[in-house]
Each structure stands twice: as C-alpha cells, then as structure tokens.
Ligand binder design. Sequence first.
Ligand SMILES: [Zn+2]
Length: 286
Amino acid sequence: MSWVQERRIGEFRVTSLTDGQFRLDGGAMFGTVPKVLWSRVTDSDDLNRIPLRVNPLLIQRGGENILVETGLWDQGGEKFDHMYAAERDESVFRGLEAVGLGAEDIHLVICTHLHFDHVGRSVTALGEPTFPNARYVVQGQELHDARHPHERSRASYIPQTFEPLVDAGLFDVVEGEHDLRPGLSVLPLPGHTLGMQGVVLRSGGQTLVYTADLLPTLNHAPLPYIMGFDLYPVTTLETRRRYFPQWAEEGAVICTPHDPHVPFARLTVGERGAFHAVPDAVAVSP
Ligand SMILES: [Zn+2]
C-alpha cells in the first residue's frame, strides 16, 4: 500500500505524504514513560531507537497547493543519515509527483516549527528555496527561538534549513492563532517548542488537525506520553488537556508528523478518560 492517501475535508483535498523513515531514541521519544510500558506499543532496535516517519501533508483547494512541512534534512551526509537511521524509501517530491505536482507548484508552506525533521527540505543544497514560488508561514516566536538557540535546543535547529528563507524574505511571520484562508488556520500548540503551531482545516462540517509534535505518533495519545525532547513538557500537558478533548469530541481527523504506519487517525476517549488514537481508514478517492 502506498503511503500517499487522499481524503476530502469539505472543499479541501488532503493528501498524506512521507519523506521516508528515521529512528530516534525510544526513551527520549516517551519521556518519563518507562520502557516496560512503551515497549508494548513499539519495537526498538539494538540501539534502543524506535521507527518513525516524516509525514508532510498536502492541502489543495481551488488550484492552490499548500504543503505542511517539507521533510527530513537531506544534506547531513552519511554521518547524519546513520545517526538517525534515515531510510529514504519515499520522498516528499515523489509524493507530490504522484498527484501531478512539482516543487514549483507549491504556493504556501506551513512550518509547524523549524526542527530539521520538519523543515529539512525547505532549502536546496545550493542554498535556494526548494519551493521557488512558495511563501513560508511560521510563528514569530519559533523563528526567533530557532535563530537564538541555547544548549538544550541547538541540536534540533539547522540554520541552513531556514536562514536562506529569512535572507530571501520568504517567511510570513504570524503571531498566535491565525486564519490563513477561509477554513484553514494555524493554531499555537506550545510545549515541544514555545512557538510550535498546528494546522486546522474546517470545511463541510468536517475538521482535520495536523498536530505537529504535540502528538508525534498515535502511540503518544495518552496525556502523559510526552517526549523527553520537549522543551516545556508541562506546557505540552496543558496544551494537550486543552485540545485533545475538543478534537475527540468533534471527531476531527488527526494527522501526526511521525507515525510510521498511519496517515489519518481519530482521537477517542477510553476507560477512565484515557485518550487513544485509532487509525481512520476511510480513504476517499478524489
Ligand atoms: Zn518532529
């Protein structure tokens, strides 16, 4: 089965893409949750790394093509690819090609945050914007923090993935919740970073949420399953408590940036109020 799947959300056509697989330390991915618990829901390799994907999302309506996230950094050479076990079995470009699009057809790129596994394909090896006709949307807080990293945040930000976009004046910097188009908005989801944002589509009585790293994979749905990577984990918890009940109640389609298997899901509330994320397999052909 191809990873590329399409859904309709009212007027929007939404296509799940993938920029391949990678691996991160399982302990870091599950924070305070011990391995005795997380090993029940995911495999790990002999270096304790768990399988993940990088999952950009394509949103289309009325001839406009909007990309949420650009992929995993591809200019780190063998050392980088080895450290993160990058398997470039698929790419965001092949996914776009599958729906008849080239890089030049993207009009808008939404950056949830500026970590290398989210904006890694935004700039070519020549230092030019990968999507030459696109503007790039980011929260002001995120752009500031990415450009002023500290010892705890520095490893996640690679200046050459975003500085050329700053130089070219291609960022549309937004502050807080912001309507980008009718039915399409960005929503601050602080915690993983202070300036992270999600993407919300509402059309035809349906809702879709791109969760960014507030919910990195389906296995992270229980409220305390918060990554050790998060800079403000208690803020992550507050953000989850604020939005998970709402998304579950309205039956929103959930897209996560790193689930290795499932492009579309829904949040449900199980026994004793615990959240689960379940695959939403209803794929609608265009
Ligand atoms: Zn991530």
